[in-house]
Write a protein that binds this ligand. Structure first.
Ligand SMILES: [Ca+2]
Ligand SMILES: [Ca+2]
Ligand SMILES: [Ca+2]
Length: 595
C-alpha cells in the first residue's frame, strides 16, 4: 500500500499557483525580450526547472522570468530558432498505427507487422523528391507485445511480439525497413499495469507469500473508495483486494517496490538495445503511483519519472518518450523537460477540433497562446484525435472541408504532430472503441482491401467503397492530397517544424493568422475557417522579425507556388493593414513565405 501524503501535493499546488498567477511558468519563452537561451536536449539539463524542486534555484529561474514578463513587448527573439538546436522529434511528423487494423499480409483477417512493412511506401518511400507518399517520418505503434486482448493494453509478456502480429525478427525487420525510409519508430509501453493473466499476477494472486505479491497493490479489506471517474478500483480475490485503476483485468503495478522498477528497466533496455526502437509512447503515465485516494499526477509519479528519464537517456540520449497525460495544459507541462520529452496536448486537440467545427479561431488561438507560453519551444505533442476518441470525421459530421481545416491547424501549428491512421482519408468511427479502430480503408475491394480473408477481425466502416486510399490518391482535391501537401510543406520548411509561433491580429474571427519564424525563414499562415469567401480583412503585426521596407522577390504562397502581395514592413519589423490576397477562399489554407 502507498502512504498517503496529502500535505505534499497541497503545498506544491499552492506554491505553483502563486508562481504561475503572476508570471510566465518557464524561463524560456519565444516572446521574451531577453536573449532566448538555445534549446538543447541533454540528460538532466533540458529546459525548465522541475516544478517539484522548489529550491532557491527554482525561485531564481522563475523570478527572472517574472521580471521579464512585466516589461515584455512582443518583439522578435534575438536568437530565432535554429534547426540544429532541436532534437529529432521536432523534425518529425508522426503517424499512430493500430497494427491489427492496418494491413493483413497472410490472410487470417488480422493485421500484422509484415503487412505494415508492405505498406511503408504509402507512409514514406524514403525519396524526398517524390510527393505521392504521405511523407510521415515517424510511427507510433499501439501495443505490439503479447496480450490476451485485441488492443494489447494488458501485456502478458513484455519481451515478445504478440504472435498474431508476428515475431521479434519481423519487428527488427520493420525497424530496418522503416529506418531505411527515414521513418523512426516508437512503441506503446504500458508501465502502469499488466494483464491479470501475466505470470507475475497469477503468482501474486494465488499465493500471499509469492515473491511477486508486492509487484501489485493489495489490501486485506477493500478500502472502498472509487477512482477519478467514479469507477471501481479495488477488486476482490480470495487472498485480498488488489488495486486496478482501469478494470479488474489490468492490475496496477506497485512502483514503490524497487524490484518492479528494476524489472521494467530491463524491459526498456531490451526494446532500446535489442529491438532498436527510437522511443516510447508511455500509456496512462499520470497514474503510475497513487498516494492513497490521489490517483493521478502525484509527486511520487513525478519523482519516479525523473529517475526513469535519467535511466533511459543513459541508454540512448536520443530516445524519445511521449506521455499520455490526459490532463489540462497546466498539469501536463509539469512533466516536460526532466521526466518526459513530450506529452500529448489534449486541450489543444479539442481546441483545434472546436475551431474547425464551429468556424472560429478563438479556441485554437487561446490554446496556442497558452502552449507557446508555457512549454519549452515546441516540446509538446499535438494531434486531433487518437484511438480513444471518436474520429475527426465523425466529430465534424462528415464535412470534408472542415477536416481539411483541422489538418491545416495540426500541420502548420507549433509542437510535434501525430496523425491517427485513417484520419488522412477521413475514416469515420465512434464509440465503442472497436469502432474507432476499424481496418484501414485501402480500396473499394472486399474488406476495404485490408485482408484477403472472408472476414476481417472487425468489419471496415460501411463507407469504404467511397472513402479509401485508392480513390483519394487519384483526386487532387481529396483530403488525402491535402494531407500530403501539408506534410510535404512541413518537411521542406523548417519554420513549420521548429519555428516560433506568433499571433497576427485580424478582427474577423473566421480567420486564423499567425507567423512561424525560424533562423532560416518567416512564414505567414492564413486559414479561412468558414464556408464563405472573405474579402474584407486586414492583418496587423505590431512588432515582428521582418526587415523594414519591402525588398527582393515578392512573397510566395508555398502550397500553390503563386506570388502574393508583399507587406509594407514598418520599423518594428511588423506590418499594418496588410492584405496579401484579395480573397480568402472558403475553408482554405495559405502558407506565405515572407522571408
Ligand atoms: Ca495476419
Ligand atoms: Ca517521398
Ligand atoms: Ca498506478
Amino acid at each position: 500500500m502507498n502512504t498517503y501524503r496529502p500535505w505534499r501535493s497541497l503545498a506544491l499546488t499552492l506554491i505553483l499557483t502563486l508562481i504561475m498567477v503572476g508570471c510566465v511558468a518557464f524561463p524560456i519563452t519565444p516572446v521574451a525580450p531577453a536573449p532566448t537561451p538555445t534549446y538543447t536536449i541533454e540528460p538532466g539539463v533540458a529546459t525548465a526547472t522541475p516544478p517539484a524542486e522548489l529550491s532557491s534555484q527554482t525561485e531564481q529561474a522563475f523570478g527572472s522570468s517574472c521580471k521579464d514578463e512585466a516589461e515584455t513587448t512582443p518583439i522578435a527573439p534575438e536568437k530565432p530558432a535554429k534547426e540544429e538546436a532541436f532534437p529529432w522529434w521536432n523534425n518529425t511528423v508522426f503517424y499512430e498505427i493500430f497494427v491489427r487494423s492496418f494491413y493483413d499480409s497472410d490472410g487470417d483477417g488480422v493485421g500484422d507487422l509484415n503487412g505494415l512493412i508492405q505498406k511503408l511506401d504509402y507512409l514514406n518511400d524514403g525519396d524526398p523528391s517524390t510527393t505521392d507518399d504521405l511523407g510521415v517520418t515517424g510511427i507510433w505503434l499501439m501495443p505490439i507485445m503479447e496480450s490476451p486482448s485485441y488492443h494489447g493494453y494488458d501485456v502478458v509478456d513484455y519481451y515478445r511480439v504478440d504472435r498474431e502480429y508476428g515475431t521479434n525478427e519481423d519487428f527488427r525487420r520493420l525497424i530496418a525497413e522503416a529506418h531505411r525510409r527515414g521513418i523512426r519508430v516508437i512503441v506503446d509501453m504500458v508501465l502502469n499495469h499488466t494483464s491479470s493473466k501475466h505470470p507475475w499476477f497469477q503468482s501474486a494472486r494465488s499465493d500471499p507469500n509469492s515473491p511477486y505479491r508486492d509487484f501489485y497493490i493489495w489490501s486485506d479489506e477493500g478500502p472502498g473508495y472509487k477512482g477519478p471517474w467514479g469507477q471501481r478500483v479495488w477488486h476482490r480475490t480470495p487472498t485480498g483486494y488488489y488495486y486496478g485503476i482501469f478494470w479488474e483485468g489490468m492490475p496496477d503495478l506497485n512502483y514503490e517496490n524497487p524490484a518492479v522498477t528494476a524489472e521494467m528497466q530491463k524491459v526498456i533496455r531490451f526494446w532500446l538495445e535489442d529491438m532498436g526502437v527510437d522511443g516510447f509512447r508511455l500509456d496512462a503515465v499520470k497514474h503510475l503511483i497513487e498516494e492513497g485516494r490521489v490517483q493521478e499526477n502525484t509527486p511520487s509519479t513525478h519523482a519516479w519519472l525523473r529517475d526513469f528519464y535519467a535511466f533511459y537517456k543513459s541508454i540512448n540520449p536520443e530516445a524519445l518518450t511521449v506521455g499520455e497525460v490526459w490532463s489540462s495544459t497546466t498539469e501536463v507541462v509539469k512533466y516536460i523537460g526532466d521526466q518526459l520529452d513530450l506529452a500529448f496536448e489534449f486541450d489543444t486537440a479539442q481546441a483545434m477540433l472546436f475551431s474547425a467545427r464551429f468556424g472560429s479561431r478563438n479556441d485554437v488561438l487561446r490554446a496556442h497562446r497558452l502552449v507557446t507560453e508555457r512549454y519549452p519551444p515546441n516540446q509538446f505533442a499535438t494531434f486531433l484525435t487518437n484511438h480513444d476518441q471518436p474520429r475527426v470525421m465523425t466529430q465534424l459530421r462528415g464535412k470534408v472541408d472542415k477536416a481539411k481545416v483541422a489538418a491545416s491547424l495540426l500541420l502548420t501549428g507549433p509542437g510535434v504532430p501525430f496523425i491517427y491512421y485513417g484520419e488522412e482519408i477521413g475514416q469515420r468511427g465512434d464509440k465503442p472503441d472497436e469502432n474507432i479502430r476499424t481496418p484501414m480503408q485501402w480500396s473499394d475491394a472486399e474488406n476495404a482491401g485490408f485482408t484477403t480473408a472472408v472476414m476481417a477481425w472487425r468489419a471496415p466502416q460501411p463507407d469504404y467503397r467511397e472513402v479509401n486510399v485508392a480513390a483519394q490518391t487519384r483526386d487532387p482535391q481529396s483530403l488525402l492530397s491535402h494531407y500530403r501537401r501539408l506534410i510535404h510543406a512541413r518537411n521542406t520548411h523548417e519554420a513549420l517544424r521548429i519555428g516560433d509561433w506568433r499571433e497576427v491580429t485580424v478582427e474577423d474571427r473566421r480567420i486564423y493568422a499567425f507567423l512561424r519564424h525560424s533562423d532560416a525563414e518567416t512564414l505567414l499562415v492564413l486559414i479561412n475557417l468558414a464556408g464563405e469567401p472573405i474579402t474584407d480583412y486586414r492583418l496587423d503585426l505590431e512588432a515582428g522579425p521582418l526587415r523594414e521596407g519591402t525588398t527582393g522577390e515578392p512573397p510566395v504562397e508555398i502550397l500553390t507556388g503563386r506570388p502574393v502581395r508583399p507587406p509594407a514592413v514598418h520599423e518594428r519589423g511588423g506590418f499594418q493593414g496588410y492584405i496579401p490576397l484579395d480573397v480568402l477562399e472558403p475553408y482554405s489554407t495559405y502558407i506565405i513565405r515572407l522571408r
